[in-house]
Design a protein around this ligand. Structure first.
Ligand SMILES: Nc1ncnc2c1ncn2[C@@H]1O[C@H](COP(=O)(O)OP(=O)(O)OP(=O)(O)O)[C@@H](O)[C@H]1O
Ligand SMILES: [Mg+2]
Length: 276
């Protein structure tokens, strides 16, 4: 990884990224992301929004080094995907998403799942886990209100508990890049506020990690959000500073229905006119 005396590289630099899949019968290329260029500076706090199927989770998979682009270039924390050991890189990335949640064996306890955050793997690599790691895992579980389920089977935890456990896992290594795909999914109101408080406290600390949050709800974005990207049909339709992008006009254009944004205490909420 980059030497500490070197200037901090951007967290993400995507240039003209395309992703396509082959249609099962016709063999035609189905575009998922088209010509996406996106720079996330170190410490920036991004929101990504767009309709269902717009390509948000695919974009986060690319940003996490979980998926290779079909075209274009991807630099993660200054390292070019295709020229770097992705296992090493993933140790520097906290990633919360539904696919990771499904990947764990039902035998794993909640504590073990948090401990896999040390290596960014699905397996528990015991040789990398010592007392300090166990202490941090326990403290993060407490922070997210899950101390009582530490020894429970992860699979038996409720949806919201599993999400909290994954958040604790993502923070284990104090990663410089945190990717959250609908992190508040299934969280109750106090759980959502604990998540937002945790992200806001990261933004107030030093060094500040870059955070990308994919969400459908402005209410689920921390007040610390600095930038936003809107995706529609796999293309970027708006990208820039949050107050300009998370506004009525760009959101209405992105979702294809009139959207009205309200703000209070640095947080946003939105209402849309139904399409059907
Ligand atoms: N492996 C794949 N094969 C075929 N199509 C795929 C594949 N992965 C994603 N897609 C398609 O690409 C599109 C974008 O998917 P993606 O999951 O990135 O959307 P999203 O914006 O995260 O949607 P949501 O808001 O519903 O989570 C969808 O139409 C999806 O069906
Ligand atoms: Mg998604």
């Amino acid at each position: 990884m980059t030497a500490s005396s070197a200037p901090t590289p951007p967290a993400l630099a995507l240039a003209r990224v395309t992703v396509w899949e082959l249609a099962p019968h016709s063999g035609r290329r189905l575009p998922i992301l088209t010509d996406v260029s996106w720079d996330v500076g170190a410490g920036e706090q991004w929101a990504v929004l767009g309709p269902n199927g717009a390509g948000k989770s695919t974009l986060l998979d690319i940003a996490a080094g979980m998926r290779h682009p079909s075209g274009g270039t991807v630099d993660i924390l200054g390292e070019r995907v295709g020229h770097v050991d992705l296992r090493e890189l993933r140790e520097c990335i906290g990633h919360v998403d539904a696919k990771t949640e499904e990947a764990f064996s039902p035998r794993r306890t909640a504590l073990e799942v948090v401990l896999t955050g040390v290596t960014g793997t699905i397996q528990v690599l015991g040789e990398r886990i010592g007392g300090a790691e166990r202490e941090r895992a326990a403290s993060l579980l407490t922070q997210f209100g899950c101390a009582a389920v530490a020894g429970h089977s992860f699979a038996a935890c409720s949806q919201g508990e599993r999400r909290r456990v994954l958040l604790a896992r993502a923070l284990m290594r104090r990663p410089p890049l945190l990717l959250l795909d609908e992190p508040a999914d299934g969280l109750d109101l106090p759980g959502r506020e604990a998540l937002l408080a945790a992200v806001a406290s990261l933004a107030a600390g030093r060094p500040v990690p870059a955070v990308v949050t994919v969400t459908h709800h402005l209410e689920e974005l921390p007040a610390s959000t600095t930038h936003a990207l809107l995706l529609k049909s796999g293309r970027v339709v708006a990208c820039g500073v949050a107050p300009e992008v998370l506004a009525d006009e760009p959101l209405s254009a992105c979702f294809g229905v009139p959207v009205t944004v309200a703000r209070a205490g640095g947080r946003g909420s939105a209402r849309a006119t139904p399409r059907w």
